[in-house]
Design a protein around this ligand. Structure first.
Ligand code: UT7
Length: 328
């Protein structure tokens, strides 16, 4: 039994942080950001009382409404995030409480920018096993909470947002999640991390002074690995499933850098018209980029029954992967 996506939703906070706004606080400029990354603006959750669970709850509520089901019908909630409200309890448990999904169990999945693909494949296993009927899979991030807005090399890249899908059993085996290839390589860990706040370096005056509670990235190293990783896994998923570029209706890549997206599409021989891109409006929302793209395509009525979708990502860990979906 395959897991199919029966509903989608996204939530982006209203407040916009444009490249021009960043020019006022950093030694950067709109031209550098646009040509190097493709980003024009990103959304920021400004309310200090709200965090990732708020974004994810908004998504979950929309999904319930769209599907016309009650929260009590949800069996499992998985939230992919690297910016949980707290280290514990999990953000997924906070969402479960907020939507009152009292029959669901809930957990967070830490896969950084590949978190949504990891979570989607994990959720699908419970459907395929026949033990769960309705699984909510959400990717959500308040990246602004871990940005050093004095560091131009990272703070221009990321934004806040969330999106998700409802997984249910398909009626036949032709639609849904057909194939997934997921990878990790912990040797890349130091190139993209938040060093402080965990059990290795608990919060102290020193960790705060040394800015260890912010995201740190060696952009060039990650760029090189991401270009290879995303293109390789996309090609692998195509080959395994005997797909040519003509067979693919949409490529939905993680939105970290327009140049990485372009390189992946080129390697797959896919026209840029078939590539979902919203990095210009939202920047890199980590685990939320791919579900935001899916929700946008769905809202615009672009996804038709039988469409072939390839989702690909690369992120901290390193983590990367590709998923082949046939749209219900
Ligand atoms: O989502 C998780 C996975 N993450 C990724 O996939 C991100 C991968 N990396 C990237 O997308 C790119 O490496 C970046 C966009 C982060 C950086 O682009 P780059 O072309 O690799 O630039 P760079 O880091 O090599 O820096 C080039 C120059 C440097 O100046 P010098 O040393 O050449 O004088 C930087 O100091 O650009 C400078 N620079 C900036 N200038 C203006 C770095 N950031 C900025 C900035 N504005 N915001």
């Amino acid at each position: 039994m395959k897991a199919v996506i029966t509903s989608t939703a996204k939530y982006l906070p209203e407040s916009i942080l444009s490249n021009r706004d960043l020019e006022n606080i950093l030694d950067t400029n709109d031209e550098w950001i646009r040509t190097r990354t493709g980003i024009r603006e990103r959304r920021i959750l400004k309310d200090p009382e709200k965090a990732t669970s708020y974004l994810c709850t908004e998504v979950a509520q929309q999904i319930l409404e769209k599907r016309g089901i009650s929260a009590a019908e949800i069996d499992l909630i998985i939230v992919a995030t690297m910016t949980p409200d707290m280290i514990f309890p999990s953000t997924a448990c906070l969402v479960q409480k907020d939507i009152q999904a009292m029959n669901a169990w809930a957990f967070d999945l830490s896969g950084a920018c590949s978190g949504f693909l990891y979570a989607l494949n994990t959720g699908a296993q419970f459907i395929t096993a026949g033990t769960h009927k309705k699984v909510l899979v959400i990717g959500g991030e308040k990246m602004s909470a871990i940005m050093d807005y004095t560091d131009r090399s990272t703070s221009v890249l990321f934004g806040d947002g969330a999106a998700g899908v409802l997984l249910e059993p398909g009626k036949d085996d032709s639609h849904g999640l057909i194939d997934a290839r997921l990878y990790s390589d912990g040797r890349g860990g130091d190139n993209l991390c938040m060093p402080g706040g965990g059990s290795l370096r608990p919060t102290t005056h020193e960790t705060v002074d040394r800015k260890l509670h912010y995201l740190q990235q060696d952009g060039r190293q990650v760029f090189k690995s991401a270009v290879v990783g995303m293109a390789d896994v996309a090609a692998e998923v195509m080959n395994r499933n005997h797909l040519t570029s003509e067979d693919i209706d949409f490529l939905i890549p993680h939105q970290a850098n327009h140049r990485i997206i372009q390189a992946t599409a080129e390697r797959m021989g896919i026209d840029m018209e078939k590539v979902a891109i919203n990095i210009d409006r939202y920047g890199n929302t980590s685990a939320a980029t791919i579900p935001i793209c899916i929700a946008e395509l769905d809202e615009e009525g672009k996804l038709q029954t039988g469409n072939n979708l390839i989702l690909v990502s690369f992120g901290a860990g390193y983590t990367w992967g590709g998923i082949y979906l046939n749209w219900l």
